[in-house]
Design a protein around this ligand. Structure first.
Ligand SMILES: Nc1ncnc2c1ncn2[C@@H]1O[C@H](COP(=O)(O)OP(=O)(O)O)[C@@H](O)[C@H]1O
Ligand SMILES: [Mg+2]
Length: 288
């Protein structure tokens, strides 16, 4: 089969693995950059082109990037009758933020920490007081933990608000969340409705370095944790996702986050799953 992967990270470990998995499965597979795609709307030549090549000539195009332009491209290719795997991003109508996800998790009765979104600064302060400290603040489209903060008191909240103002950012782009003291932080990969693999996240201090690094180790999941992960991914209609779950010190499970374009480099080192092969097979099976 002729397969094209459209991505923003051509050189990534994951895409290299997908490329090799595709070749091993006997496919003619290629990776192209989203930024190299030209979208042309014209009465006779409408299409998406990369270096003059028409993406219409592929049997399957996969586009799982959470960017508006990727969704436009996915939409266009679907209009042109190309089989697309976009991990249902277009079907979900561009809902890509943690607030929309929280609503969906609530609707499906899934255990999720108390989460509040406010637009007004005074409401932001009041909500922090109400939920209690420490409080977790996250950008509503954060995906790599880089826009996740823990604020310990009102003075840290004020500092945070000042920084937002300096950077011309709005409080409404953030969510406020109850801090969950936890005994385990889990990352679970769900592919095609099944648990493909899982790991426990730990922070480890490296010799001669002040910054702890995240390490993953293997873990056995309880059946209720497995169910929460599977239900979470199902609720947002994804074929491929990784789920972050905390096991609280209170023994309860808390769903934190579902990542739609999950990396698997670190996960592959702690288990035997062939994520690239599973992902590619799922993309081929679920392409529409
Ligand atoms: N409510 C919370 N309570 C305690 N720790 C949290 C909470 N939310 C996030 N964290 C910590 O921050 C990490 C990143 O949070 P997450 O919601 O997954 O954001 P991102 O989408 O940026 O990965 C989690 O793996 C967890 O260790
Ligand atoms: Mg996460």
């Amino acid at each position: 089969m002729k397969i094209c992967i459209v991505t923003t990270t051509i050189e990534s470990y994951e895409n290299n693995r997908l490329l090799n998995a595709g070749k091993e499965l006997g496919h003619d597979i290629k990776i192209v950059g989203l930024d190299d795609v030209v979208i042309e709307i014209d009465s006779t030549n409408t299409g998406a082109y990369v270096n003059g090549e028409n993406l219409k000539d592929y049997d399957i195009v996969t586009i799982t990037i959470q960017k508006k332009r990727a969704l436009i491209l996915s939409n266009l290719l679907q209009q042109l009758g190309v089989k697309i795997f976009d991990n249902n991003l277009t079907l979900n109508k561009f809902q890509l933020d943690k607030i929309s996800d929280a609503v969906t998790f609530y609707k499906n009765g899934l255990s999720f920490p108390k989460t509040v979104n406010v637009a007004d600064e005074e409401d932001f302060r009041d909500t922090c007081n109400e939920i209690g400290f420490p409080i977790v603040v996250k950008h509503s489209v954060s995906s790599t933990g880089k826009d996740v903060f823990k604020l310990n008191d009102l003075s840290e909240v004020d500092e945070f608000l000042e920084k937002l103002e300096e950077e011309h950012r709005n409080t409404s782009s953030y969510i406020l969340q109850q801090n969950i003291p936890f005994s385990q932080s889990l990352r679970i990969m769900v592919i095609n409705g099944k648990i493909a693999g899982a790991a426990k996240k730990e922070m480890e201090s490296k010799k001669n370095s002040a910054i702890p690094v995240e390490i993953l180790t293997g873990v056995e999941l309880s059946s209720s944790t497995q169910k929460l992960a599977l239900d979470a991914v199902k609720s947002i209609n994804m074929h491929i996702a990784s789920v972050d779950i905390l096991i609280g010190e209170d023994g309860k499970e808390y769903l934190l986050d579902v990542n739609r374009t999950p990396g698997f480099e670190k996960l592959e080192k702690v288990g035997s799953a062939d994520y690239a092969k599973l992902i590619l097979e799922t993309a081929i099976e679920k392409a529409v």
